[in-house]
Design a protein around this ligand. Structure first.
Ligand code: SF4
Length: 375
């Protein structure tokens, strides 16, 4: 099953032999955790297919001084065996400040295009940022264009306009600040404070905006906010999270007494209403590590559950309803190998656009620092 990839550059045209003792020694110890995360992966498949790629990638990273940043939605063979940093989009952006990432000549972004653009925006200019797929789209990032942003601004003069990090650089270049699923509520509060307004615009995810609005209302009603804040948005959505429904959560509870259900804030409001916790992918991981529930379901992309299962032997992850992101799943272990060997699918952003895209990112960091100082 081992597959040779034809690579002309560097004269690398074959993967290592799966029976090479060095390959076995470097990869065999991962198998139990990988099999727990995905019981469909047999030992034979592991040895003959995954192991040679993983060994080759580990060697290439050393030879080329490369690091791999992987989103939580990557499959366990990527997150556990070749990734240097695994996290949500905010953590992957911040990873460019880490010493090992700063020293690298090549950064492979095992994500989708908008996240690779964030890495490109934050990396040193002389570092190569590679996306291991020619696609890497996203329904949410594609739901808004620069023209949409200009129309929104024209219709709402003077209001702060913030874009979710799940947008492309041409959209980010036009907004006042970025936000992520981890800091949406804090950014809405800080924007209302900084602009001295009771209305803020958060595009393009209508569900994330609605869920942020609910949380702001709760804080206001609990007397924790100076003003009532209204969130205006745009009709975008994530094709993965919007598939979840109230009935999915109710069915999971009925079939699994005692289950703890975690939902991503890109899900519809009704899903969050029925769930026990809502947060970004990294907030979900922190929740299960702190609370140690015996049985968990995650209303988010399938690999998030697989990665938690791989890392937590004592936890049962109920994955019957999980939804797959076709864009994240374009990144494969073969694609990472190919990108590293050929150094292709480089992400580039022109100077002026890079500067404009960096401005709202810096604004987010400054606003979060103010928010942290105030609390
Ligand atoms: S999970 Fe949703 S937001 Fe994330 S890349 Fe896929 S489509 Fe985009």
């Amino acid at each position: 099953m081992s597959k040779a990839v034809s690579i002309e550059k560097n004269n690398i045209n074959e993967l290592p032999d799966p029976n090479d003792p060095a390959v076995i020694e470097a990869t065999e110890h991962y198998f139990d955790d990988i099999h727990r995360a995905n019981p469909n992966i047999t030992r034979e498949q592991w040895r003959n297919y995954y192991a040679p790629y993983i060994y080759a990638i580990q060697q290439l990273k050393k030879e080329k001084n490369a690091v791999i940043l992987a989103h939580n939605y990557m499959i366990p063979p990527i997150t556990m065996c070749v990734s240097d940093v695994t996290g949500d989009s905010l953590e992957l952006g911040r990873a460019t400040e880490r010493e090992d990432v700063q020293k690298a000549d090549i950064i492979v972004s095992a994500t989708v295009r908008f996240m690779a653009q964030t890495t490109r925006t934050m990396a040193r200019p002389d570092q190569k940022v590679l996306l291991p797929t020619t696609g890497g789209g996203c329904s949410l990032a594609e739901s808004i264009t620069p023209e949409d942003v200009l129309k929104i601004k024209a219709a709402n003069p003077g209001l702060p306009v913030m874009a979710y990090a799940n947008t492309y650089v041409d959209v980010r270049a036009l907004v006042d600040a970025l936000f992520t699923s981890s800091n949406a509520v804090d950014m809405a509060i800080q924007a209302a404070e900084d602009w001295n307004t009771d209305k803020v615009i958060m595009v393009p995810d209508k569900y994330l905006a609605e869920n942020t609005q609910d949380r702001l209302n709760e804080l206001y009603e609990a007397g924790k906010l100076k003003r009532k804040i209204e969130v205006l948005t745009h009709p975008g959505s994530c094709e993965v999270h919007e598939r979840y429904s109230r009935e999915d959560v109710q069915e999971l509870r009925a079939m699994n007494p005692g289950i703890v259900i975690l939902a991503h804030p890109e899900c519809p409001r009704e899903v969050l209403e029925e769930s026990d916790f809502s947060g970004s992918t990294s907030a979900m991981i922190k929740y299960v590590e702190d609370q140690r529930p015996e049985k968990v379901a995650l209303m988010t992309e399938c690999s998030q559950g697989s990665n938690i299962a791989a890392a937590n032997k004592d936890m049962t992850i109920v994955s019957s309803t999980c939804q797959m992101c076709p864009h994240m799943k374009e990144v494969t272990i073969e694609g990472i190998y190919d990108a590293l060997v050929n150094e292709r699918q480089e992400i580039t952003i022109e100077g002026d656009e890079l500067h404009k895209a960096l401005t709202p990112l810096t604004a987010m960091q400054e606003m979060m620092a103010k928010r942290a100082a105030a609390s």
